[in-house]
Design a protein around this ligand. Sequence first.
Ligand SMILES: *Cc1c(COP(=O)(O)O)cnc(C)c1O
Length: 366
Amino acid sequence: MVKVRFVNLEAQLTLIKDVIISKITSFLESGYYIFGPELNNFEKSVAEYCESKFAIGVGNGTDALFLSLKALGIGNGDEVITVPNSFIATAGAISATGAKPVFIDVKDDFTMNPNLIEQAITEKTKAIIPVHLTGKICDMDPILEIAKKHNLFVIEDAAQSIGSKYKGKKSGSFGDFGCFSLHPLKNLNCFGDGGFITTNNEELYNKLLLLRNHGLINRDECVLWGYNSRLDSLQAAILSIKISDLDKTKERINYIVNKYKSGLKNHVEIPSHEDYDDIFYHTFIIKTDKRNELKKYLLEKGIETSIHYPIPIHLQEAARELRYRKGDFPIVEKQAETILSLPLYPELTNEQIDLIIKEISSFNFY
Ligand SMILES: *Cc1c(COP(=O)(O)O)cnc(C)c1O
């Protein structure tokens, strides 16, 4: 019998169902289904939350990456440096523009290793996409310094890191763009697909407004070839409710993370962080050489777990044309065999947290 599910979105709904339903009702009666006040309102509050000047709602997190690349003029013949241990969308968005994803290895904490960037730069390199995996922000100081030195753009894949801080600054506020997902599994989520982009650059902001809406400057005049990738106003209306709970969610997630860390540190490798990190965890990933055995053991005890991600992107069938081989990124490859994600959502009960810690502690690692 399952005692702890890896995902439990219905539990989240229960707490806010009435407010959401009355919001949906008034939205339906408003007649503004595309753009309109609800979208403006959400963009304003999420920009404020992310401590960025502008936020632009888009169709999803993948589009956020794709449109950011397009806004910077990146495409055929260009190269973009990123990591192979992300959700497939990071590399997929680069490929969709016609540019080539160039991978570098990561550090123990799953984030891009800045020491490996310079050797990956060629004349074709246009941008770096650091991925703030698990919610932990990449080491941005050296990344920004290298980008500046080589005249490269920086697009943060912040899909997992809303609300996290590095040296006092929020994720998505470091690069030219911060790309966020509002997918149901993210910490700020909607009931379907959604995403947004943050930027402090007004010119790039205006470019994105055009790109997400067919390049139209008004109903009839089009100044560039664009796309249809807007954040649904219905989702925006709901998100305006959810965003006000985000700090509370972060507090609860931190509570769970601290419980996990102190309960598990003698049994498995727990996530590491620096003094200057203030992480809003998206996933809690432990490492053990007995990963597969532990995963099976926990499932027998009724605890679901997951793996983010079991197949590194450079070893995916889709990436064959990039001509990478097994052994190219030893840290990512080793992590893919030892990582295990534990359930992490605010509705986990204290009993469930204790159960997870108890069962992992009683597993025989030898
Ligand atoms: C979720 C995610 C994306 C894609 O977001 P979608 O909204 O699903 O398109 C991109 N990058 C990372 C790291 C993600 O976790």
